[in-house]
Design a protein around this ligand. Structure first.
Ligand code: ADP
Length: 753
């Protein structure tokens, strides 16, 4: 009997060792030994293997009982500590004092070694009372149990903490499994404490296997699904058992009562038929019970679609849209990560690129943007095939092999399983990328069909969001441009104020200078006239010539000073008109007669027509003389020798040219050098002269003779004071072809002051 039991535990030990060895090999093959977690798992399995083999060494007589026990204890201590450390890693638990566990572990082991091997020579009996006794052995056991309990409570605490935290469902799912592993391992340890070593070892297998699987597999199947299946099985079993028992209990008495010869086979058949008939309703009942105890979270496509379209249709911010859309999809099909990319086409000579701009998904970092070659296989698929694409297809299918390495590695680094393109009309505008399901299951066709509908829903929202985005951009551009314009406007206003100040200073200067010049000029003119009348000087031809020269200079200066005075009074709006009825014909005649000599000298013909027929008008004769003086003298100055000047008078009927009472129009046309269109208006501003000043000749009526640039400004000031209009017309400026100019002066019949 003893021999049999030894053989049985030996078989268990060897089988356990094999199991640990296989687990260790698979774990190393799948994940390697690069990370601490993987190395710690390997150590965990190696110690598990040693622990499993310990009973064998004992039965083979290699280890004495005294030595076996402390080694077994040490193994359990190490397994507990490693399990604690693994728990911290698996549950992603961040401890504030990570070193504490090492200190406690060291203290625990040290205490056990000191007391267990009696290094400080304790007495075997430590305390003794009448009813109880504490031996060194009891103390060792107490240290062992207390330490073990502390670590296990620590792990349980971690699990409680994690279950309360709002963490990713994948970690929560892992925590469920981990608590199961904890329960199994704790149970196996308890079997050790109650000296059922072999059974403890057997129970440890599934615990350690489960722990290894959790560490090696990134996604564990959804535990709730398994829980539901187990529960469903149990409920179904119980219900069937109840029906069967009830049948077996009730059917025989009924048979006995109604039939004389009781046939058990028939009774059994009746129960079986009864049970078969009830199987369907029982199954439904079982499902209902399970649903009540563990409500299923499987998704209802119609509900998801409804909620999805309601939630995203009003979102206009692409970032928010991405978060909500991906969040809803993730929640519906229970995935751990997802992204929404906005796709923009960037044309280029070589066929262009699609730029994928990632919008933040579920709490993940925003991925870097990526360029996909428009004529590359991946972009071509999305553009043309209009179907979802799995990451595995990109990696395995030959048609995607020619894709650029950067494109492939960018997609692989996203860590997603499936891509769902989004289109508006014929354009590829977005991409939903979804990570693995929490359940570890692949994407089924149903999921992809639902995703395709969700992608269509997203298209509309995405298009709106993009529209709003570009509108916002436009708005920002507009705002910037508006701000720049405002600044320019302010600057312009400043410059305007400066210019107005400058103009005022100029006008002040003209006014002061002309007044100051007039008096000495008048004195000079007086003395000059006296000298010219002096017979002593008159007799001397040379002196007379000199004096005449001085006289004409003084007269020219006078003219300029008068012009300056005129413009000053126009500028300061102090021009006072002495209005009386005048004949334009007479007035112009007087002006022309002053140019008789000049016209002859320059071989210019001046013809007037229609002036006689003009009606008398109200006006200041002296002022209007100046108007025609300046216009005619300009016609003389800017017409080459031998040219023609025509003065035409036209009557303006009442109501025409904005003149209610009518008026007169005088046109002075010449065959001169003409005026460029851009100057037609500018020449009426004071000091404005076209052409180069240095090229002007000096004579008053010489071709292109000099002038201060005031004539037309004075003419306009006076005409406008009469409520009339003056303007110039010319085909252009050309000194060779001489296209000529026309000056129009329109004066009203009546001047209303
Ligand atoms: P200015 O003293 O220079 O003659 P105006 O005010 O009389 O000053 O004329 C301004 C400018 O208009 C002249 O410098 C000239 O360039 C142009 N101008 C005026 N009348 C004529 C014309 N009949 N033909 C061509 N250019 C003219």
């Amino acid at each position: 009997m003893i021999m049999m039991s030894i053989q049985f535990t030996d078989i268990l030990a060897v089988a356990g060792a094999f199991l640990y060895l296989i687990t260790l090999g698979v774990a190393i093959k799948l994940t390697g030994l690069r990370e601490n977690k993987q190395r710690l798992l390997a150590l965990f399995l190696v110690i598990g293997l040693v622990t499993s083999l310990l009973p064998l060494t004992h039965s083979l007589g290699w280890l004495s009982n005294e030595l076996l026990q402390p080694i077994e204890w040490l193994c359990i201590i190490l397994l507990t500590i490693i399990f604690y450390l693994l728990s911290r890693m698996v549950l992603q638990f961040k401890s504030e004092r990570p070193w504490l566990v090492y200190v406690l572990s060291a203290g625990w082991i040290a205490a056990l070694v000191v007391v267990g091997f009696n290094l400080i020579r304790l007495r075997e009996v430590l305390l003794k009372a009448t009813d109880w006794v504490i031996t060194r052995q009891t103390l060792t056991l107490a240290i062992l149990l207390i330490g073990w309990a502390c670590f296990l409570i620590g792990i349980a605490g971690m699990l409680v903490h994690v279950s309360r935290k709002p963490i990713a469902p994948i970690v929560k799912n892992r925590a469920h499994y981990w608590s199961l592993a904890l329960a199994i391992i704790a149970g196996s340890d308890i079997l050790f404490w109650v000296s059922m070593d072999s059974w403890g070892g057997v129970l440890r297998w599934p615990g350690m296997l489960l722990a290894a699987a959790i560490i090696v597999r990134p996604y564990m199947p959804d535990i709730r699904r398994i829980e539901r299946q187990v529960l469903n099985y149990m409920v179904m079993f119980t219900l069937t058992a109840i029906v069967l028992l009830a049948g077996l209990l009730l059917v025989p008495p009924i048979f006995e009562r109604f039939r004389e010869g009781y046939n058990p086979t028939l009774a059994g058949a009746v129960v079986a038929v009864f049970l078969a008939a009830l199987l369907g309703p029982l199954w439904v009942l079982s499902q209902k019970i399970v649903q009540r105890i563990l409500p299923a979270k499987g998704y209802d496509p119609n509900r998801i679609l409804r909620e999805y379209s309601q939630s995203i249709s009003n979102i206009l911010d692409p970032e928010l849209l991405a978060t909500v859309a991906v969040g809803l999809i993730s929640e519906a099909i229970e995935i751990q990560r997802g992204y929404l990319f906005l796709v923009d086409y960037e044309p280029e000579d070589s066929g262009g690129n699609y730029r994928l701009r990632g919008a933040k998904g579920m709490g993940e970092d925003q991925p870097e943007p990526c360029l996909l070659k428009a004529n590359g296989p991946i972009a071509t698929y999305f553009r043309q095939d209009r179907k979802p694409l799995r990451q595995t297809d990109i990696e395995l299918e030959p048609r995607f092999q020619p894709a650029l390495a950067e494109e492939q590695s960018w997609l692989a680094n996203l860590g997603v399983d499936v891509y769902m393109p989004i289109y508006t009309k014929d354009e590829w505008v977005g991409l939903i990328a979804l990570g693995p399901k929490l359940s570890g299951l692949p994407y089924f066709d149903d999921d992809l069909a639902l995703l395709a509908i969700l992608a269509d829903q997203t298209a509309v929202a995405l298009q709106n969001a993009r529209l709003v985005e570009s509108l916002m951009r436009l708005n920002n551009d507009f705002r910037r441009a508006y701000a720049a314009m405002e600044q320019a406007n302010r600057h312009l206003k400043q410059v305007n104020v400066q210019l107005e100040n400058l103009d005022r200073t100029k006008s002040d200067f003209i006014s002061v200078a002309s007044h100051e010049l007039r008096t000495p000029l008048t004195v000079m003119r007086g003395y000059n006239e006296m000298l010219l009348e002096d017979p002593a000087i008159n007799g001397n031809a040379f002196h007379a010539k000199l004096l005449n020269g001085i006289y004409s200079g003084i007269m020219r200066l006078h003219e300029i000073v008068n012009s300056m005075l005129d413009i000053a009074s126009i500028d300061t709006r102090s021009l006072e008109l002495k209005v009386e009825p005048i004949s334009i014909h007479m007035l112009i005649h007087m002006v022309i007669s002053g140019f008789k000599e000049s016209l002859e000298e320059r071989h210019l013909t001046l013809e007037a027509e229609g002036l006689r027929d003009l009606p008398e008008i109200d006006g200041d004769p002296e002022a209007l003389k100046k108007v025609f003086y300046h216009v005619v003298i300009n016609a003389i100055k800017y017409t080459p020798d031998g040219g023609k000047i025509n003065i035409t008078g036209l009557t303006v009927s009442p109501g025409q040219m904005n003149l209610p009472d009518g008026g007169v129009e005088v046109i002075v046309a010449d065959t001169g050098i003409g005026i460029a269109p851009e100057y037609l208006d500018l020449i009426f501003t004071k000091f404005y002269q076209t052409g180069e000043l240095a090229l002007h000749s000096t004579g008053r009526t010489k071709f292109k003779g000099a002038g201060p640039g005031l004539g037309l400004a004075i003419a306009r000031g006076i005409v406008e004071a009469h409520r009339g209009k003056i303007w110039a017309e010319s085909p252009g400026h050309d000194e060779d072809k001489c296209p000529g100019s026309q000056f129009h002066v329109v004066l009203p019949l009546r001047v209303k002051q």
